[in-house]
Write a protein that binds this ligand. Structure first.
Ligand SMILES: [Fe+2]
Length: 198
């Protein structure tokens, strides 16, 4: 039987393309080393186990301990890095723009609440925009390898608030690091993840 071996996808931009918001050095460590390690660990943990034939999202929904941590970190970083584009920024359009307006009032207010949730998370973790099956949007935050898939939600956007995501470029200035990321969000990609009704 063919089994899952996860490989690190190639980023859709050059390592220095997001600078100065995310430097080539951060890409080299964060994507090149941290994310690679999560994927390598995931492959080691599932080899010759019942998890070998389980979809990654289902591992995240049901596993715990080191397997959950490495599976979720592997998934989260791909989701995070594929949300960016050197030509990104601006505002979402279409269904996602309407849903943000409906659930948060304005795009500016959504960004403020999202940044606030990221800055307010103590220690390492992630801040998320997700939707439920009826298309309602939620901002959540969670520690370590948290992922809204475990809460029955579908992720739309995430910012990594582990120090390894920003320390080389912003040192301890997490708020500034998160605020700058809006300028590289690829709303075409992020908007395509939203569905009015699942
Ligand atoms: Fe990270």
């Amino acid at each position: 039987m063919e089994t899952n071996v996860y490989t690190q996808p190639k980023l859709p931009y050059a390592p220095d393309a997001l600078a100065p918001i995310i430097s080539a050095e951060t890409i080299s460590y964060h994507w090149g080393k941290h994310e690679k390690t999560y994927i390598d660990n995931l492959n080691k943990l599932i080899r010759d186990t019942e998890w070998e034939d389980t979809a990654l999202e289902d591992i995240i929904r049901t596993a715990d301990g080191p397997l959950f941590n490495n599976a979720s970190q592997a998934w989260n970083h791909i989701f995070y890095f594929f949300s960016f584009n050197p030509d990104g920024g601006g505002e979402p359009t279409g269904d996602l723009a309407e849903a943000i307006k409906r659930d948060f009032g304005t795009f500016e207010e959504f960004k403020r609440l999202f940044e606030e949730a990221g800055v307010g998370l103590f220690g390492s973790g992630w801040v998320w925009l997700s939707q439920d099956k009826d298309g309602k949007l939620f901002i959540t935050q969670g520690p370590n390898a948290a992922n809204p898939l475990t809460q029955g939600l579908t992720p739309i956007l995430t910012f990594d608030v582990w120090e390894h995501a920003y320390y080389l470029d912003y040192q301890n200035r997490r708020a500034e690091a998160l605020h700058k990321l809006w300028d590289i969000v690829d709303w075409n990609v992020v908007g395509s993840r939203y569905t009015k009704k699942l």
